[in-house]
Structures are given as C-alpha cells and as structure tokens.
Design a protein around this ligand. Structure first.
Ligand code: GAR
Length: 209
C-alpha cells in the first residue's frame, strides 16, 4: 500500500481528483494518510475532511522562522509513515531538507508543458497569463518529481491542451485542469504505486503495460 501525504494551499481540485480516483479504482493499492495545508482557509482541507482523511494546517505564521516551519512540516510527514509526497497546488517552496529526505518520492503538478512557463514566479494563474501573452496555441500540464530546482525535476507525464481564441487565464486554467491535470496526476500516482516509474540520469522511464 502506497501511503500518500498530499500538500495543498488552495481549492484542492487535484486533491479531489486523487480522492475520486482511489474511490473508483483508477488508483489502486494507495491510501491518502493525511492532507496538510500551509493555509488554514484552503478549501482543500474541507474536501479532505469530507472524505474522512486526516487534514491539518501547518502555517509558517505559527513559527518563529522558516527553519522551524520546515522542521514541523517534515516531522508531520514522517509521523504518518509517508511513502510519496504529492504537491497538489502547494504554493510553498519545498526546502532541501525535505527534498533530500524524500529523494524521488515527491511529485508536483504544474499547469504548463515544462520547460515552458515554469520556474520562479510561475504558479497558478500567472502561468496561464504568460502562456496567453506569448500567444502559444498549445499548453497543458506536467507531473514531475521534485528536485532542488524550481520545476526542474524528472518529468513523469505531460498532456497537451489546445489554447482557444478568446481564452482568458481563467478559461485556460479550467480547461487545462479538466483535460490534463485531473487525469495525469492520478495516472502518475497509479504508475508509481505499481513500481512502474524509474529515474535514470535525470529522466524517467516508464514500464510498458
Ligand atoms: C493547479 O492548476 C496546479 O497545477 C497549480 O495550482 C493549481 C491548484 O489547483 N500549481 C502550480 O502552479 C504549482 N507551480 P487546486 O488547488 O484546485 O488543485
């Protein structure tokens, strides 16, 4: 059984996609052991509670400095015997201490086709604003392992989504969530749960079915 700690900051639609995929069998041999938010108001915490999953907030504001916040986060992740950390819209930079403790055991969903529109400052709606400003005709989403860089870790899955005339950042965000994020995030977890994803030389290799 793969034990997931899901880290969230906001609405939690990707968390919901994981919860639903476990419920309907698209993800098997996997359990969400806890959901942690840095933001006490995150709707994601309610989604977790409704699904009967332990949900808690660890806010940086409750700690004297960043280091103590990071220590508390790592301690809570360890306490639940986590196998895989899933960043599902987690808007906090994960510190090296956690990345080293969970090497190739942290995955993130990013709302573009990496290496486009990623790195520092590219998160949430900003990503879609930048894609529309550039005039790309195709965008999408990426699930990748997290390393010490920002959005630089080995790519696991990507899915392209068409940009349409008249798109706003909001309409593009929604289409990318519906057509890409909510599909490839559960798929990546299912692949990892069944030992099908291998990392070599900064790239992933996925066993065929
Ligand atoms: C998602 O679009 C996710 O890809 C993005 O934040 C949103 C969270 O939505 N993540 C990033 O931008 C990370 N750099 P959700 O809370 O409804 O899952």
């Amino acid at each position: 059984m793969l034990k997931l700690t899901v880290l969230v900051s906001g609405g939690g639609t990707n968390l919901q996609a994981i919860i639903d995929s476990i419920a309907d069998g698209r993800i098997t041999d996997t359990e969400i052991v806890q959901v942690i938010s840095n933001n006490p108001k995150a709707y994601a915490l309610e989604r977790a509670a409704k699904a009967g999953i332990p949900a808690l907030c660890i806010s940086p504001k409750s700690y004297e400095n960043r280091e103590l916040f990071h220590e508390a986060l790592l301690a809570q992740i360890r306490k639940a015997d986590t196998d895989l950390i899933v960043l599902a819209g987690f808007m906090v930079v994960v510190p090296p201490s956690i990345i080293q403790a969970y090497k190739n055991r942290i995955i993130n969903i990013h709302p573009s086709l990496i290496p486009s529109f990623c790195g520092k400052g590219y998160y949430g709606l900003h990503v879609h604003e930048a894609a529309l400003a550039k005039g790309v005709k195709v965008s999408g989403a990426t699930v990748h392992f997290v390393d010490e860089g920002t959005d630089t870790g080995p790519i696991i899955l990507q899915k392209a989504v068409a940009v349409e005339q008249g798109d706003t950042p909001e309409t593009l965000q929604r289409r990318i969530m519906e057509q890409a994020e909510w599909k490839i995030m559960p798929q990546a977890i299912q692949l990892i749960a069944h030992g099908k994803v291998h990392v070599r030389d900064g790239r992933t290799f996925i066993d065929p079915d």
